[in-house]
Design a protein around this ligand. Structure first.
Ligand SMILES: *Cc1c(COP(=O)(O)O)cnc(C)c1O
Length: 406
């Protein structure tokens, strides 16, 4: 006998911060037999995807494509710019900054992490001090995570460029936009970013498996001066291929290219500025609801990032008194077919506190009714589990969606 209180049949909703919801047009584009990889349609399609990716990144420079997740793009970016013994500076507002730094350490690079904790953005004064003290320019790159998906803090990447310029420091500025690309405004060339890494499974709405390294002429010159580069990660053959096969260092990620073509069509049809504005509005609807839920006496729901100007439009990190975060996630998944993200890097996974942290992904293919559904689901979960919460959350979110923000 089936349970009578299960409301999970119907289309499920994966509201985690990557992989994100895939548009039907992406799924349909991928549902096909393998194409020829030596000639025909796939070649033209790939050559059309490259300039369109650069448009999303707001760069006129190069992009290398890898059959890899975001970790692969991290390693690719480092492998083309650094050698063992080089030094990098990693300002950190969460687990992903530490992760990228750790990957550099694994390549024999000396890593200096400036850790700003889990609730604060980069402290540019401290970054400037480290750069000013580096008179010999031993720091070869600054690795800045734009949106740290673990904390949902959005850092000011253009201010990192200002820091480097004011110190007349030649280090490369490298940005991780894996969570933010296609969600939070980002301007690679205007902000003076030399290398940017992104993945396809978040704002770009394609299943995980392809990632990108964008790089400008300054970074290309650094690569050229290196004594050697890992053959597989080398971005030169991928951006100046002698034959099509070289674009991908081997067999093309055939289906991903079709999916990506469809996703880029959606983005460019909507328009980059509109895509950003949609993410901003939907994020504000989420925050409005969260503010109401938080409005109780005693301990209730908390947004990890207090300052709205430091919040990402792609992901929101939240906390409920433990173990209510985990209880809410489990209830929503089982009863409603709605999956929220786990907390990442906010507390040891074997600690009771871990069960307080959770995250909402609102990146890519999301619209007003999905976000209102997400929030309505959470409201139902809070009630079902008798988790204390303030009233009026859905009404507040609806006002934002309706364009009637106070
Ligand atoms: C998701 C993410 C990564 C890791 O990407 P994977 O595809 O899981 O390897 C790195 N950095 C940020 C900011 C991310 O959001």
């Amino acid at each position: 006998m089936g349970s009578t209180d299960l409301l999970s049949a119907g289309r499920s909703y994966l509201a985690i911060p990557g992989p994100s919801v895939m548009p039907d047009s992406v799924l349909q584009a991928m549902h096909r037999p393998s194409p020829n990889i030596y000639g025909g349609e796939l070649l033209e399609l790939t050559e059309s995807v490259i300039p369109d990716l650069a448009r999303v990144a707001r760069t006129k420079h190069n992009v290398a494509i890898y059959i890899a997740n975001g970790h692969g793009a991290w390693e690719a970016a480092l492998s083309n710019t650094l050698v063992p013994g080089d030094r990098v500076l990693v300002p950190a507002s969460g687990a992903f900054a530490r992760g990228w730094g750790d990957m550099a350490a694994g390549l024999g690079v000396e890593v200096e992490v400036l850790d700003f904790g889990l609730k604060a953005p980069f402290d540019f004064g401290r970054i400037a001090d480290v750069l000013a003290a580096d008179k010999s320019h031993s720091i070869k790159a600054v690795l800045g995570v734009h949106v740290d998906t673990s904390t949902s803090i959005r850092n000011d990447i253009s201010a990192l460029r200002t820091c480097l310029d004011e110190a007349s420091h030649p280090a490369l500025l490298m940005a991780d936009c894996i969570a933010s690309l296609g969600c939070d405004p980002f301007e690679m060339d205007d902000w003076g970013v030399d290398v940017m890494v992104a993945g396809c499974q978040k704002g770009l709405m394609v299943p995980a498996g392809v990632s990108f390294v964008f790089f400008n002429d300054k970074a290309a010159a650094v690569r050229t001066a290196l004594p050697r580069v890992s053959r597989y990660w080398d971005w030169v053959p991928r951006t100046e291929p002698q034959v099509f096969y070289h674009y991908f260092g081997g067999t093309a990620p055939t289906h991903h290219m079709y999916g990506l073509r469809a996703a880029l069509d959606l983005i460019h049809d909507e328009g980059m500025d509109n895509v950003w504005a949609r993410h901003a509005r939907l994020a504000r609807a989420i925050w409005a609801a969260c503010d109401r839920w938080s409005d109780i006496e005693g301990e209730g729901l908390q947004l990890n990032v207090r300052d709205v100007n430091l919040r990402s439009h792609a992901v929101t990190a939240l906390w409920l008194p433990s173990p209510n975060g985990t209880a809410l996630r489990s209830w929503l998944e089982e009863k409603l077919g709605l999956t929220l993200g786990i907390g990442l890097g906010m507390a040891p996974s074997d600690s009771p506190e871990w069960h307080g942290h959770f995250r909402l992904g609102h990146m890519g293919h999301v619209n007003g009714h999905m976000i209102l559904g997400l929030l309505g689901g959470i409201e139902a979960g809070l009630k079902a589990l008798s988790i204390p919460h303030g009233d009026g959350a859905l009404a507040a979110a609806a006002e934002v969606v309706a364009g009637k923000e106070g």
